[in-house]
Design a protein around this ligand. Structure first.
Ligand SMILES: Cc1ncc(COP(=O)(O)O)c(C=O)c1O
Length: 548
């Protein structure tokens, strides 16, 4: 039986196989703060030794327990902080059982040990509420500094992208630098009081992984990284950006309700809002991204549950004044969700600006390597829990291998985005000055209708530039075909530059007149600048423009 093997793996005899996992202890980040962010007081931190001093050493724990790999010791400390371990307590119990004075009844002694250990853990954890909240721990692979103490020594987004969700909280086999991919469809429960723990789980009095659709340790790391960047209490990551927006919409807009969205947006999002939400009796007001009066009128006329918009939008990179619309919506009881895919969590902090939720197609800049599809939504725990509840029913789970690619991709998010911001801005200026370009859409240009708003709420303008070349459909095809560096493909935000002609790539099923209703002209080009060298990209675009 699987559960029985659990206690045996903890006996001193079988500790030897773990020796290859031995590792150096983590550096102690509890003192000498780096940066000026608040941190957990070290007096509130629970250490393995404090555990031993409490419930365990008094039970005559022999030195054998100190032969446990340092990872294990570290796990105890983390588990204590999290107040959510089953194996942590079980391991201590097993060790004290096998190493302590032989009791008459091993089971009774173990049970008493478990109580003592649990009491020690509970007592300290109660004092450490901030660290406990939101943690998930199945007591197997330890993932994530989910107490967000990770971020206390990371003072900038660049450091957060690299370390958030991974440092401190993780006692990983072999002390690997990288987060392991936990390929499991479900999770088993450990021996001690197994049904008791399941009951606690069912009653939400402890958190634990239970089934793959409800969560995965690798996926949690990706979620925590995004939460740290967005300044969000919680993040839910899913199989795609569309999955994230649909689950969000279905959760937050009640049947028969009303929502507001904007004219310019990703076509599939619009299709869902316009074609599928009405099947649930949901009506929609669609406004121009700058039309705050239109938003106010819609709020006054209807009981609006949600204002959902991209900012910047796809493909015209229109920007919504997030602070202003959030205040307005909140005064009327409506929620605001911003699809910040084009902005990235680095260039724009939608939650800090007042939005309730921020959503991304993580397929784009967040993943950044054109090798994975994912979507995420971040916000307050309460709202994310509501969305998570429906997500757990619908599925749309992100595979842990995909979550790993997101984590790896995010390590360089700040570097990529810096480069892409810079290249896109410089290329937008080059294009705007070029005689064979009719119009450029980029929020970093003073000619952009929401340039002032973008300057206020963004720290960079993103890596995508849309523009109209001076010509018709065929001229534009000629230009696109003449480009040598970018792939002709329908995505953006990755290392590789990509170019697409929306009239053909995304709107070809519509007539030219219908496309025009959405502003999609035949000569429109959407160019996602990758991380290639600026001069190479510039030379390539200029030579392609020479061909038309
Ligand atoms: C702004 C925006 N949001 C959401 C999506 C959907 O994301 P995904 O392709 O990951 O489903 C896209 C796709 O291009 C997008 O551009």
């Amino acid at each position: 039986m699987a559960v029985l093997s659990c206690s045996f793996t903890l006996s001193p005899r079988v500790l030897n196989p773990y020796s290859s996992f031995e590792c150096r202890p983590d550096p102690d980040f509890s003192t000498a703060p780096i940066g000026d962010k608040p941190r957990l007081a070290s007096s509130r931190r629970v250490t393995a030794s404090s555990l031993y001093a409490g419930g365990i050493s008094s039970r005559g724990l022999s030195s054998l327990i100190f032969c446990f790999p340092p990872n294990f010791v570290r796990q105890l400390s983390i588990k204590a902080r999290r107040n959510s371990s089953n194996i942590g307590v079980a391991q201590i119990v097993a060790a004290s059982w096998s190493n302590g004075p032989a009791p008459d009844s091993p089971f009774l002694a173990a049970a008493a040990s478990a109580q003592a250990a649990a009491a020690a853990v509970n007592a300290t954890a109660t004092n450490d509420g901030a660290a406990v909240e939101g943690c998930i721990d199945n007591g197997s692979v330890q993932i994530g500094g989910s107490d967000n103490s990770t971020t206390t020594f990371l003072s900038s987004d660049g450091s957060i992208t690299v370390h958030a969700g991974e440092r401190l909280g993780r006692g990983i086999v072999a002390d690997a630098i990288t987060t392991p991919v936990v390929n499991t469809a479900t999770y088993f429960f450990k021996l001690y009081g197994v049904m008791f723990h399941v009951i606690l789980l069912q009653e939400k009095r402890r958190q634990s992984f239970k089934y793959g659709r409800y969560g995965n340790p690798t996926t949690v790391v990706a979620e925590e990284k995004i939460s740290a960047l967005e300044g969000a209490e919680s993040t839910l990551i899913m199989a795609s950006g569309m999955c994230a927006s649909i689950v969000m919409l279905m959760t937050l807009v009640p049947a028969g309700g009303h929502m507001v969205s904007t004219t310019d947006c990703y076509r599939k999002t619009r299709m869902f809002i316009e074609n599928f939400l009405p099947k649930m009796g949901i009506s929609v007001t669609v406004i121009d991204p700058a039309d705050v009066d239109g938003l106010e009128a819609a709020l006054n006329k209807n009981k609006v549950s949600l204002f959902f918009t991209e900012s910047p939008t796809n493909p015209f990179l229109r920007c919504v004044d997030i602070e202003r619309v959030s205040k307005l919506c909140h005064s009327k009881g409506a929620l605001v969700c911003i699809d910040g895919t084009f902005a990235t969590p680095l260039n724009q902090k939608a939650l800090a600006l007042g939005a309730d939720l921020v959503l991304h197609s993580a397929t784009k800049f967040i993943g950044g390597h054109n090798d994975v599809l994912a979507g995420c939504i971040s916000g307050p725990e309460k709202l994310i829990t509501e969305i998570r509840t429906l997500h757990h029913i619908l599925g749309g789970t992100l595979n842990p291998n995909a979550a790993y690619l997101i984590i790896r991709g995010m390590k360089t998010l700040h570097l990529r985005v810096q480069q892409q911001n810079s290249t896109a801005l410089r290329m937008a200026q080059v294009l705007e000055a070029h005689p064979r370009v009719r119009r450029v859409y980029y929020p970093g240009l003073p000619s952009h209708p929401e340039h002032e708003i973008a300057k206020q709420q963004m720290t960079g303008f993103g890596g995508v530039v849309s523009f109209e070349v001076d010509g018709d459909l065929m001229t534009t095809i000629k230009f696109v075909d003449a480009l040598k560096i970018p792939y002709i493909a329908t995505s953006f935000g990755g290392c590789e530059s990509m170019v697409d002609q929306p009239a053909i790539m995304s709107y070809w099923d519509l007539s030219q007149a219908e496309r025009r209703k959405y502003g999609i002209e035949d000569n429109l080009v959407r160019f996602s600048f990758g991380v290639e060298d600026f001069e190479d990209l510039k030379a390539d675009v200029l030579q392609a423009l020479e061909t038309i």
